[in-house]
Design a protein around this ligand. Structure first.
Ligand code: PEP
Ligand code: MG
Length: 598
């Protein structure tokens, strides 16, 4: 799925001369397709504010307006502090200190005094005064050779943004006034930012920062947005409003394309859309190999609005509903009722097809402020997913209750992310049983049998102890994204090491095989729901390793189905046997590609 575009540039340069004002950038193609649109420069960190002169008679009022905004921002921070207090443990404590520092910055601090002085002395509006004061503090901190202060720069900027939002009454809802066919060009997009993009308004995405298996990439794929991430030079020489092409298949971005380049990509886009239409005809045919092995293909879902696309793709169910996205882009936690209504709607619209809801996997690169998640010293190894759920059982209970109530409306399974130990799964089952007792006591209808409780196998230690976890799990879902990340110690969101992120590493394949075998021995279902499942290149290998249930981003489902229908399971098993004897991932890749080229 990911394509390093380097070699493609050479190949394409014959057809696409790129001289003159045309700029070509090479990155990670993370979501297939071609977008032709207009550059929209997104700067998450800046709310643009004009500088206005304030008459002397209105200076007191302007200061009062600023103080009111500081009080509002302080109030928000206090609410966050309350939540942090409930978090408990060292994460709660650390977040508490940070928020305390934020609160102090908003009450009579150098920042507050500095802004008031600027309003009065320079006779400017509060917004401009905040912007200038923040810039000066940041410059001062950056100039000092002190790593602690350097790390505080992000906090100061955050306080500045909070103040500007309070002053301008800007809710945190970017991407509302976009030009038609906007292509978002940014230094970085968080998964939460990406979740706000409306594919009806946004044609594509290009960023400086980002890896191929990070949640921003996953979100872009699930929105079907052609996207290229990880282009160090992207912002050099690019201006808002310019024409831009994003080739998410090859990992190329062309800014200011020459007419012949444009003509070339228009044809490419038409060919891509035609191929997609043809694949769309597979919607109602089963995923069955040439030698009659039936494979189940399900969809991964990131946003509640995706059910239409899931059904349209021909998915047989939702194999992974990433519920953490319900918690993003908001300052509070969704209540049990709110979650129940959203999940009930999804379950009902799936019309009897199974829905596997994963409990929230916040943390890592998926930060939900409402949950009080901080980045922490090592976010991927910190208090995330079920660790956070077991530390904040009030949140976990509310979510389990919502899922259980939704399960009365159709087949539902409950999936627990980042299981590392049997103990975590047992503790989760205890919480679930407690919730079931509470719901029954209050007369809530629950299905019989109750939803199955499964474990994500995405930590190498869990894969290696899959045999014992299988005793306590009703099913397994293999999360290859994190499994690769933790096995190879490669940050899945970091473009600098993206070329080292390799699902074909023999260690990863052994862990997948071992997990599948453990599930088969324990007679429990096992699926793959990491991005590997949605890449047609890996389909023969996964089938050959014994997997029969794959869950993926909806846009890739038809192409995976088409690959499966062209396969013979017996040959795929032979391929897997040969591959599992190899020690070199390069050789494994060659064997796989030779198999596909037959
Ligand atoms: C995975 O890790 O493979 C997975 C499916 O979960 P996520 O991508 O949400 O971490
Ligand atoms: Mg994961």
């Amino acid at each position: 799925m990911t394509t390093r575009g380097g070699s493609k540039i050479v190949g394409r340069s014959k057809a696409v001369p790129h001289t003159g004002p045309e700029l070509v950038r090479d990155g990670l193609g993370v979501s297939r397709g071609i977008a032709i649109g207009t550059v929209y420069l997104h700067d998450a960190g800046t709310i643009t504010v004009p500088e206005l002169r304030i008459p002397a008679a209105r200076l007191d009022a302007e200061c009062a307006r600023f103080n009111e905004a500081a009080a509002n921002a302080g109030h928000q921070v206090e609410q966050l502090q309350d939540k942090a207090g409930r978090l408990g443990g060292s994460a709660g404590e650390e977040l508490g200190y940070l928020l305390d520092a934020y609160r102090q910055m908003l009450h009579g601090s150098r920042l507050v005094r500095g802004v008031e002085a600027r309003i009065r002395n320079d006779r400017i509006n509060a917004e401009a005064a905040v912007q200038q004061e923040i810039n000066e503090i940041v410059r001062g901190f950056e100039a000092m050779d002190d790593s602690y202060l350097a790390a505080r720069v992000a906090d100061i900027k955050d306080i500045g943004r909070r103040l500007l939002r309070a002053l301008t009454n800007t809710a945190y809802r970017p991407f509302t006034a976009l030009p038609k066919n906007a292509v978002i060009v940014a230094e970085e997009m968080t998964p939460a930012d990406t979740a706000l993009l409306d594919p009806a308004l946004v044609a594509g995405l290009a960023t400086v920062v980002g890896g191929s298996e990070g949640h921003t990439a996953i979100m872009a794929r699930s929105l079907g947005l052609p996207s290229v991430l990880g282009m160090a030079e992207l912002l050099v020489g690019v201006k808002g409003g310019e024409q831009i092409i994003v080739d998410g298949t090859s990992g190329l971005v062309v800014i200011n394309p020459r007419p012949e380049t444009l003509a070339f990509y228009r044809k490419e886009r038409a060919a891509f859309l035609k191929a997609r239409r043809i694949l769309g005809r597979l919607k109602d045919v089963p995923a069955v190999t040439r030698d009659a092995a039936r494979i189940t293909l399900q969809a991964n879902m990131e946003l509640p609005g995706e059910v239409g696309a899931v059904l349209e793709s021909g998915a047989e169910g939702i194999g992974l509903l990433r519920s953490e996205f319900l918690y993003m882009n908001r300052d509070d936690v969704p209540s049990e009722d709110e979650q129940y209504l959203i999940l009930k709607d999804v379950v009902e619209r799936m019309g009897g097809r199974p829905v596997t809801v994963r409990t929230f996997d916040a943390g890592g690169d998926k930060l939900a402020p409402a949950l009080g998640c901080t980045i922490g010293p090592n976010p991927s190894l910190g208090l995330r997913a079920i660790r956070l759920g077991l530390a904040r059982q009030d949140l976990l209970e509310a979510q389990l209750a919502a899922i259980l109530r939704a399960s009365a409306h159709g087949p539902v399974r409950i999936l627990i992310p980042m299981i590392a130990t049997v103990g975590e799964l047992r503790a989760t089952r205890e919480v679930m049983n407690r919730v079931i007792r509470r719901l029954r006591k209050s007369g809530v209808a629950l299905p019989d049998p109750l939803p199955k409780l499964g474990a994500m196998i995405e930590i190498p230690g869990a894969a290696l102890s899959a045999d014992s976890i299988a005793w306590h799990a009703d099913f397994f879902a293999i999360g290859t994204n994190d499994l690769v990340q933790y096995t190879l110690a490669i940050d899945r969101s970091d473009e600098a090491v993206a070329h080292l992120y390799n699902p074909l590493h023999p260690a990863v394949l052994r862990l997948i095989q071992f997990t599948a075998q453990a599930a088969h021995r324990a007679n429990i279902p096992v699926s793959v729901c990491g991005e590997m499942a949605g890449d047609p290149r890996y389909a023969p290998l996964l089938l050959g390793l014994g997997l029969r249930d794959l869950s993926m981003t909806t846009s890739n489902l038809p192409v995976v189905k088409s690959r499966i229908r062209a396969l013979e399971l017996a040959a795929a098993e032979g391929l897997a046997r040969t591959i599992m004897e190899q020690t070199d991932s390069g050789r494994i890749g060659q064997l796989l590609d030779a198999f596909l080229a037959r």
